[in-house]
Design a protein around this ligand. Sequence first.
Ligand code: PLP
Length: 284
Amino acid sequence: RTVYVNGAFVPEDEAKVSIFDRGFLFADGVYEVTSVLDGKLVDFAGHMKRLERSLTELDMPSPASTEELLQIHRELVTRNGLGEGLIYLQITRGAPADRDFVFPDPEETAPTLVLFTQTKGIVDSPGAATGITVITIDDLRWGRRDIKTVQLLYPSMGKMMAKAAGAGDAWMVEDGEVTEGTSNNAYIVTGGKIVTRHLGNEILHGITRAAVLRFAREAQMEVDERPFTVEEAKAADEAFVTSASAFVTPVVAIDGVSLGDGTPGPVARRLREIYVDEMKKAAV
Ligand code: PLP
């Protein structure tokens, strides 16, 4: 595989980053994951807009313009012959001369930019057909989940808790209310409405979420952006999650409680179809 690191396309085993890189020492970095369909980028503009926001919130300089990042994404797709899958992009504050909690002077330390591809079947993933099960766990992450940082240890632990329980993912819960999944936004369908937590510091502002809610409203589905409890979720007609790597994936059980008849619900299936159709058309 060819990867990109700081201005160069290199074989993955030749890519190098300093051990003093603040991404490595402090998780001082942000990332984006953009999906690729038919060799084209899905919602690239959305991901770049959020990347800019993450960088601004952390007072971190960007090493490349959006146009340059687009060219790097495209070059990686071409070099790796990527038809369907993901492109991972990471920017860290770089490698100052020494380990120090204080941010280095941007004049003296250049940010680190890394990108790589992952081949993955997203349209025909098994979870899409059967739906996934989730467990609920306490949300023990920090308070700025709206910034897409590489600080992913707790979500990773959450995935392990789900795995140990034989579930596909974990939904995180704060004050009795669901925030989001370990790597996706969470939704229920109840009372004829799609309910998903409103935007704030408590959740990542999903790029897939924004598109799916727009498509839902265009299809005259009612959307209610508000918190929902675990109890409400277990009693819901259906549930689903969204992310760049899972699109719209149905959730068929929460903490062992089946939703509806225990198969993917009609709203999740319809939204997934619309999302894939529309995104294929708009991909760049
Ligand atoms: N929430 C969290 C915590 C995530 O990690 C992700 C994606 O990685 C999402 C939501 C979904 O965001 P997007 O739709 O932009 O992939």
